[in-house]
Design a protein around this ligand. Structure first.
Ligand code: G
Ligand code: G
Ligand code: NA
Ligand code: MN
Length: 252
């Protein structure tokens, strides 16, 4: 319970930071950067995101955390654009956010306030958005898509009845969960799962990003399977804003 109060204060004090992890195509083009929250507690040190995201979810603080992340990420996008770095940023949103009344309008208002075009924002959702009220979630996501915000389906393959979800969700990108990517080069079953996922996504007109790419062999396999982009420590871990800026500059 102490941690929840601390998180509230940390958000107000801007102690929660965003780090940025690149998504890159095989030709080296930077497709975007994923914003990932980082919180260094003054006494406890680094608190794992999974831990405080769960606290935010269960306490009702999630909408506030998401607004904070959106505003911080959009301010960073605006800053990069002013420096000639036109790279889209992806923000993770929780199922709770998608069910918050007025969510699509709130995202549109924030884009306008930061002077960032909708095309520079991507939202990463999971299949769990459809568990509670599928029709309402689909409507909210359609509203965002109509506005020009692109949707990405995160952690694909870890939920259940994925194909039903895939058909109902207005997403333009699918991220293959890193649990399938990790042993891709040594496990033929994982390799087949990834191959089928890439083919399925492409036949539905979606781009495919593989998460958790840590070595050259996995990179090569993914390229040969026709995957569109990769994310992972092989390319770069999530970096604080200044380091991400330097990384983007070095990439040209
Ligand atoms: O990088 P990593 O340890 O940061 O992330 C752990 C988990 O936390 C991942 O599932 C990631 O999607 C999630 N996560 C990271 N940042 C955010 C955020 O800003 N909002 C939400 N809802 N989840 C996030
Ligand atoms: O659920 P989501 O996909 O948003 O989670 C992203 C998580 O994956 C973060 O915790 C991030 O730090 C982590 N991550 C990013 N790249 C790699 C990688 O190459 N290997 C591993 N093991 N984890 C990674
Ligand atoms: Na994500
Ligand atoms: Mn993921």
């Amino acid at each position: 319970l102490g941690l929840l109060g601390d998180l509230r204060r940390a958000l107000d004090a801007h102690e929660v930071e965003l780090h940025y992890q690149p998504k890159v195509r095989f030709d080296g083009h930077v497709a975007g950067l994923e914003a990932l929250v980082r919180w260094v507690h003054p006494d406890r040190g680094r608190v794992p995101p999974d831990e405080f995201i769960a606290i935010a979810e269960s306490s009702g603080l999630m909408p506030h955390l998401t607004e904070y992340v959106l505003d911080t990420a959009l301010a960073q996008v605006a800053k990069w654009r002013a420096q000639g770095l036109k790279v889209p940023v992806a923000v993770n949103v929780s199922p709770r956010d998608v069910h918050t009344p007025g969510f699509a309008g709130s995202v549109a208002a924030r884009l306008a306030r930061h002077g960032v075009p909708a095309g520079a924002l991507q939202l990463e959702i999971t299949e769990h958005v459809l568990l509670e009220d599928p029709q309402r979630a689909a409507d909210t996501l359609a509203g965002l898509t109509d506005h020009g915000v692109r949707m990405s389906l995160d952690d694909f393959g870890t939920g259940y009845s994925s194909l039903v979800h895939l058909r109902r969700l207005p997403v333009s990108e699918l991220k293959i969960d890193r649990s399938f990517v990790a042993r891709l080069a040594v496990d033929t079953e994982d390799a087949e799962i990834v191959r089928c996922t890439v083919d399925l996504a492409h036949s539905l007109g979606l781009l495919v990003v593989a998460e958790g790419v840590e070595d050259d062999e996995t990179w090569e396999r993914l390229r040969d399977l026709g995957c569109d982009a990769v994310q992972g420590w092989l390319v770069a871990a999530a970096m604080p804003p200044q380091e991400a800026t330097a990384w983007l500059r070095a990439r040209g």
